[in-house]
Design a protein. Sequence first.
Length: 429
Amino acid sequence: MLEHKRKVPTLLGLVVLLLGIGGGIFFAEYSLDFFSTGKINSEPVNIRVSNTTDSLASISWLTEAATEGNVKYGLFDKTIGNTAHDDRVSNTNLDKYTLHHVTIRGLDPESRYQFVITADGKEYNDDGKPYEFETFAVATLSKLGPATGEVKLVNGQPATGSIVFSQISGATLLSTLVGLDGSWVQPLNIAYDVGSKQPVLDNEAKTLNLYVLSQDGKESQVLTDTDHDFPAPAIVIGQRYNFLTQKTSAVETAVLGDSTTDQASGFAILQPTDNQAVVSVRPLIRGKGKPGQKVTVIVESKPQAAVVSVDERGDWQWTPFRELVAGLHTVTVKTVGADGENISEARRFIVLKSGSQVLAESTPSASLTPSPSVVPTVISTPTPIFSSPTPATTEGTPISGNATYTLVLVGLGFGLLLVGFFPKLLLRK
């Protein structure tokens, strides 16, 4: 009877030991969620500055989970003491979103501003340096009419809360939120020409690129022009559209005149134009040629190429099969003319970033106060997209696991095992 009682601690020790091992595995996998102070799901990505005028600018970003978010801003090299909230909320009603859109109003013209993003109470910047943008000089806006349309999800429901980014070729980036019914309206007269820094002219049809980002990070791309954007055809998230094929010959001639064309062969690159900034990481490359003509398209960064045919309308197009990194790229297009001569055209273009990138984890900064400084951007225009931010906190680097619980449970198991075996050893002696 005594012998049977001595076995109880041994069996109990084995049970506790097994629980310790199982608990250790559990805590190793999930302790970051339960015990770590790092909030990796609130990190903003795809940060863009848009709608920049002489008095306002919009900041947008995407988070992995729904969070409260706002923008703290101020004049460059001054205190960041102002706060702007999401366009859909008021100061007393801070709702949570995955796709955020904050418009800052009442800015000074021709001024340099800095800002940080706050998500769930944590500030994010670029490695301790605030982001920047500059406002334009006061100018008379053009009479260019607005672009309107409708965005739907694949199931036919309104894509409420999505953002429609609009960009006229050679102009600044614009953005607007999709409403509850799936509709959107974007004033185009607030677009500024990047080169002249003056409002865009309204004297001819202009190529218009639309990029739609949904709340879950999915995207759509649309190619149209300012003659076919009121309204633009309905857009379904996840699809790509080229509405320029529906254009009249007069509009096609106007767009063709903006491109380099080989008059003898009718060969031309329509998009991208030289030094154009594009939103998508898989931008549409298109042009003109003679029906049946073979066109070789080469993107030079990490080289990728394809041979496409000109269709019966005289159009050709191609989309890179691999995503392009943000920065400067060159596309070279080659074909053979009617007389057998080689024709080659090249364009440089700048890729911003698309919403399809992986939500990368940031590294918390240990500094108490971020020091204002110049923020590197991928393009030298007032419409930058920034790299993944760094949270400015004093919480230190988030740990990936917690071994304390494992060690305690395993130690307790071994202790009970010793308690069970020790009386046996004494009796044997």
